[in-house]
Design a protein around this ligand. Structure first.
Ligand code: DC
Length: 228
């Protein structure tokens, strides 16, 4: 049913940490019956693999060859490392601080891009990340960039961590978000940016439900246009 002229539909959602894109992408995929592609989880799985193997994270060549020797994939939306489901391991907070070593590595980026495309093959998808619309799926029919003001992003992340029982302070979360913004936006390869044909949605003050509703409308409008 959800096809444009027999083509699969690709929805790409990009944005900075704390913009709400993971929750939004997951819910939107569920509503539409599309496959959810969490590209960040692939970077996290590769990072976990390197840490587990004791690779020096500051050695770019060592990282590239270690990741080339791994199988990093998404199966039904969940990250797998060498055939093992690592969805729990990739959420460890200490890992989040280390991902930038991998996400700034061009060889690793090529491999993750390939893994995300492979996971999408044959499906209509909602893909989420930093370069889902600009690099991984440039042909996506719907592209959005979710943003929120930095204070709001820190508040959301702080609340989320607190709810998980983490006693982290607001200032620590602020510092972590600042560092991630700098690494996501400042890197030379595939930095976070707004795709030319992306719709920017400022989610500050909006509920998750409101954002998902407006994206659902956007997708359905596209599908409608494709049928004319
Ligand atoms: O969305 P996330 O927090 O799970 O992403 C983990 C890290 O991977 C984050 O530091 C940014 C990076 N990333 C990226 O560089 N490109 C993507 N398409 C997705 C994530």
């Amino acid at each position: 049913m959800f096809e444009i002229m027999g083509e699969q539909i690709r929805v790409a959602i990009d944005g900075p940490a704390g913009s709400g894109k993971s929750t939004v992408a997951r819910l939107l995929a569920e509503r539409l019956g599309f496959l959810y592609i969490d590209t960040g989880a692939l970077y996290r799985a590769a990072t976990f693999g390197c840490i587990e193997r004791g690779v020096d994270l500051s050695d770019a060549a060592a990282l590239a060859s270690a990741v080339a020797a791994m199988s990093v994939e998404l199966r039904k939306g969940e990250p797998y490392l060498d055939g093992r489901n690592v969805k729990v391991e990739v959420r460890r907070p200490e890992l989040t601080q280390q991902v930038r070593h991998l996400s700034s590595n061009p060889a690793v980026r090529r491999q993750v891009t390939g893994a995300a495309r492979q996971a999408a093959r044959g499906h209509s998808i909602v893909a989420e990340g930093r370069d889902a619309g600009t690099v991984i799926f440039p042909q996506a029919q719907v592209k959005t960039y979710l943003d929120a003001d930095p204070q709001e992003r820190v508040r959301r992340r702080h609340r989320e961590l607190r709810e998980k029982g983490d006693s982290v302070s607001f200032e620590e979360v602020l510092e972590a978000i600042r560092r991630r913004d700098a690494s996501d936006m400042g890197r030379a390869d595939d930095p976070l940016r707004v795709a030319e044909d992306a719709q920017v949605i400022d989610t500050t003050g909006l509920t998750i439900e409101q954002v998902v509703d407006s994206l659902e409308k956007l997708v359905k409008r596209k599908i409608g246009e494709g049928k004319q």
